[in-house]
Design a protein around this ligand. Sequence first.
Ligand code: SF4
Ligand code: SF4
Ligand code: FES
Length: 247
Amino acid sequence: MARTLTFDIFRYTPQDKDSAPHMETFVLPETPSMTLFIALTRIREEQDPSLQFDFCCRAGICGACGMLINGRPDLACKTKTADLPERITLMPLPIFKLVGDLSVDTGRWFREMYSRVGSWVHTDKVFDPLAQEERMDNALANDIYELERCIECGCCIAGCGTARMRQDFLGAAGLNRVARFMLDPRDQRTETEYFEVIGDDEGIFGCMGLLGCEDVCPKGLPLQNQLGFLRRKMGLAAIKRFLPGKG
Ligand code: SF4
Ligand code: SF4
Ligand code: FES
């Protein structure tokens, strides 16, 4: 028998001075293969056109639809209501700037993070448009591609205890970005230069290693391995800094 779903949804529009944070309840009959995208769209079309939430690709690719689903960060477009209980609580991702209701501005956070970690290949080589492409070992190219699969959904940041306590913590997405460039032989940054970016409590040494990030990453990025890799690298870099003649 088809279930009747009850949605408790966070409502608040910060730029509206008459708005106050509260939960609002909506009831909807479940349909076969219903996702949260379908449910939220129906609620907006049939019950409340002012409900704010973000979707773009509806296929787990754009990263726009991250939200707290019964307390856990996940992509709403990929989440089937059949996998959830009849009562579903939806909240916006914490840490990111709230736009309204379930919509948050992850773009601002990621832009700032990319600028902090220098998220581009740093090289002195002058680009020659006529030169042949530089070759790269296939296995290494695959390793780099694996880390490039991040869709910037923000789930790992929202699920991170350190990010909740430290506003400037780079989080797994930021640290993963650094690991990606460390792997890239075209990037000429030295260990010392990377240490300047992530060798403190806002970087790798703030990470408590409990791996909430890897648990909630909807794209299955190998975050645990990257955090371990960076911790070893930056730990050694820290020791070298304090040993005379080793820097
Ligand atoms: S392992 Fe580190 S980055 Fe991942 S959730 Fe825990 S503190 Fe955050
Ligand atoms: S690492 Fe995973 S959870 Fe974090 S932003 Fe990228 S895709 Fe989302
Ligand atoms: S709408 Fe693009 S990932 Fe969900």
